[in-house]
Design a protein around this ligand. Sequence first.
Ligand code: KG4
Ligand code: ZN
Length: 341
Amino acid sequence: MTEPSAASMGDVLTLGIETSCDETAVAILDRGSRLLANLVYSQAELHAPFGGVVPEVASRDHLRKLPLLVREALAQARTPASRLGLVAATSGPGLIGPLLVGLSYAKGLAFGLDIPFIGVNHLEGHIFAHALSTPDAGPPFMALIVSGGHTCLVAVPEYGSYRPVGSTLDDAAGEALDKVGKLLGIPYPAGAELERLAATGRADAIPFPRPMAGTHGFDFSFAGLKTAVSIYVAKHPGVDRADVAASFLESVVDVLCGKAIEATRRHHLRRLVVVGGVAACGRLRTRLADVAGPLGIDVRFPPRPLCTDNAAMIAAAGSHRHYVLGEQHDLTLTPDPRMGL
Ligand code: KG4
Ligand code: ZN
């Protein structure tokens, strides 16, 4: 007798694949949005000596790791590949080589199994991390997508329909955290560790600028802030690292919080959804909750493991596009490193 599968026989399973940057991730999701497997393998250690992601190194490691993770995910879900009904993979934005690896593998698998394939926008994926974790708090809402590669505000009238409201003009917030982290001797990716260091420092120790905070629009800019920190540290070699981390993080949180709340109000929305790796930041979470509560804005964050890159969000977005909106892609789809929402 064979082992009973964790998935019931009537399920149609979606395999999600994410390889847009330095996480190789595979997830299996059933139609009821139940996660049967959710594996994330971070290449961070591989890139740490370089202080950032080396695209060619990332591509090669995705190629090595992806087939192993798919096999492991199927084993964890206790399902044969023949039970998959859809393959969803990130098709952009991201690094071209890493995207090509995931997309080519996904297309090959879908072709081999003779099932539909769908390419997923990584940014829409981040929004679906919220849909997956909190299905009862749906649109309309304002989404703040804040990660290592992106910082933008998007009005979401319904899933599948996105109205960009503002975006970073240069560095993403996570990128600034990683670069300032590097300056303070914290290995890449620095966000979580920088936050731990900041907790031991004084947030009002150094008056770093709040870039674009006073402007009416909803665009961001973090490159100047990063330079301001670097100049300050060069001029004050004895400065307490914790004070630098705390003051810098406070500036980033101030700007994100101010713009996100104002955009939500200005668009007459009652819900703010914060997604992407930087949404894992405890300081950002508590500050936004404190400010939003009295204004009657319902602010939501996915659980931390779904904030940073993962394939569960890609499976969820692909599943919505295919099963709800009736979409699929043919096997000629190519990655788009600069794809917007
Ligand atoms: O969403 P993500 O995994 O990848 C991109 O799509 O870019 O985001 C990664 C970013 C990195 O910049 C990392 O430093 C930041 O998220 N990050 C954090 C935390 N955890 C990850 N930033 C602040 N606090 C954290 N706890
Ligand atoms: Zn991401």
